[in-house]
Design a protein around this ligand. Structure first.
Ligand code: ADP
Ligand code: MG
Length: 311
């Protein structure tokens, strides 16, 4: 199988939303009139983000999911993606499964794969760019939180980090390897939420970004943070705290919204059948504080940083 046969076989499907997809020098896109484009890129590197024997179908899913999650955190509707792939060999079983995982998620959200690049390398690397659309002025920028806003989070936190420590806990391993991008939620938060971020590097670090960019303080009540019930059985409070506050890879959305939107957000949760939980408030000031049940600050690690020593 040569390079072009590989691209044709595994990464070419007729686009539904592009004028021209894979196969030419460039793809041709026509955005819907009057919408802004939201563009994001995320990489997964073998040895850094996944192990050489990682299940390829899950990898195809996750590589796209992390990008769709960024679009969701911006309130954008995903439309197109490109895929740059480095692989050591043209292994049909690996490519078939990877491509199936990628397309299953892409087709669920109407995302066209419109191009990319394929090269041989010692280690696998996957870089995906995703493009979405958002009405002008409606993007959920990190800088938009205001004092008095509630802080909300979708789903449950800490499951993916628990999956790293306890891969035998199926529910946690699934959170780690098959994250679910909160695409519908992101779209529906337009006009309801002010600032949003997806939790890729841990709640503490990611909410810290909102606080910093909005020049406000974020106060979070630890007990309110929703987490998988399996933590109760484990009865390991230090591990639980670390997973819930600083664990990455959950890809839930954290967002701020005016108090006046509480009822609206609660009915959205019911409609989407997705838990949306109020975990704190935005105040004047700076930085992130996490408080225990008695109102005392809880120490926590910051977010994941690839260039910090020891990571
Ligand atoms: P070029 O030489 O112009 O960079 P390539 O030979 O790299 O083109 O790729 C040929 C076509 O296949 C291009 O349209 C490119 O976008 C597409 N393509 C290459 N690799 C991938 C991939 N992994 N997924 C999707 N499309 C790809
Ligand atoms: Mg190329």
């Amino acid at each position: 199988m040569d390079e072009f046969e590989l691209i044709r076989r595994y990464f070419t499907r007729p686009p539904k939303r592009a004028l021209l997809g894979t196969g030419d020098d460039c793809a041709l896109l026509r955005p819907n009139a009057g919408l802004d484009l939201a563009v994001t890129t995320d990489m997964l590197i073998e040895g850094r983000h996944f192990l050489p024997d990682a299940e390829p179908r899950a990898l195809g899913h996750k590589a796209l999911a992390v990008n769709l999650s960024d679009l969701a955190a911006m309130g954008a509707t995903p439309r197109w993606a490109t895929l740059a792939l480095a692989i050591p060999a043209a292994d049909p079983a690996w490519l078939e499964a990877f491509s199936a995982g990628f397309y299953a998620l892409a087709e669920r959200y109407g995302v066209d794969l419109i191009g990319g690049d394929t090269t041989r390398a010692e280690r696998r690397a996957i870089s995906i760019s995703a493009i979405g659309e958002v009405p002008p002025g409606m993007a959920l920028e990190r800088s938009r939180a205001r004092p008095g806003d509630d802080i909300w989070v979708s789903g449950e936190l800490g499951g993916a980090a628990l999956g790293l420590v306890h891969p035998e806990i199926a529910e946690a391993a699934k959170r780690l390897h098959m994250p679910e991008p909160r695409v519908e939620l992101g779209e529906r938060l337009r006009g309801l939420a002010r600032a949003a971020i997806d939790i890729s590097d841990g709640l503490a670090g990611d909410l810290g970004h909102i606080a910093e960019r909005s020049q406000v303080a974020a106060i979070v009540e630890y007990e309110r943070i929703p987490r998988p019930s399996v933590f109760q059985k484990l009865a390991a409070p230090a591990l639980e705290r670390d997973c819930v506050l600083s664990g990455g890879d959950d890809y839930e959305l954290a967002f701020t919204a005016p108090r006046a939107q509480r009822a609206e957000i609660e009915s959205l949760a019911a409609e989407l059948k997705l838990a949306l939980t109020r975990i704190g408030t935005i105040e004047a000031g700076s930085g992130l504080s996490v408080l225990d049940a008695r109102g005392e600050p809880i120490a926590h690690r910051g977010g994941f940083d690839h260039f910090r020593e020891g990571q």
